[in-house]
Design a protein around this ligand. Sequence first.
Ligand code: IMP
Ligand code: MG
Length: 180
Amino acid sequence: MSHTWILKDKVFTKYLGSDEIQTAVRSLANRISQDLQDTKPVFIVVLNGAFIFAADLLKKVKIDCEIAFVKLSSYNGMESSGEVQEVIGLQIPLKGRHVVIIEDIVDTGLTLHRFLQKVHEMEPADVRIAACLLKPDAFKMNFPIDYLCFSIPNEFVVGYGLDYDGLGRNSSEIYKIQNS
Ligand code: IMP
Ligand code: MG
């Protein structure tokens, strides 16, 4: 993929390359495998955005685990709407389980905040969060991001599962919006 990517009406430039991402994902997977060995954790993958990060991460996690999926939506275009809808619900009981929620990006943190409340109602033993990206300047909550690949500036990014109006998920690299 070239340095510039045009999606609809926006121009994006390459920000994080595939090797850099894979190195960070591997180190996260190693930490998770070490921290959660013998707990048989449940990973909850937040669709759609986390599908590529979760696939890469979980292939590198070398402990027995279960994997579940949930689809939440709170975003239209480039702005967070603040409304969190659970589109596909959780089918798996979490009582007494060690849970790791896998997210593509934590922006304001509102989506995860609402979802965390639902997860806690299910009485898990422990809940952790693994995210590929965090925008610390946009983050409004105070829960910890236990496993994080990259902190990034408060700018819109696409690729590696992340989209702009449905486009751009299918890249192994991350692109940042070009400011005009
Ligand atoms: P939050 O509720 O503000 O933390 O938003 C979280 C969700 O918004 C993420 O899971 C993404 O799906 C989406 N999102 C936030 N920032 C970006 C971005 O820069 N590019 C693409 N999607 C984003
Ligand atoms: Mg997401």
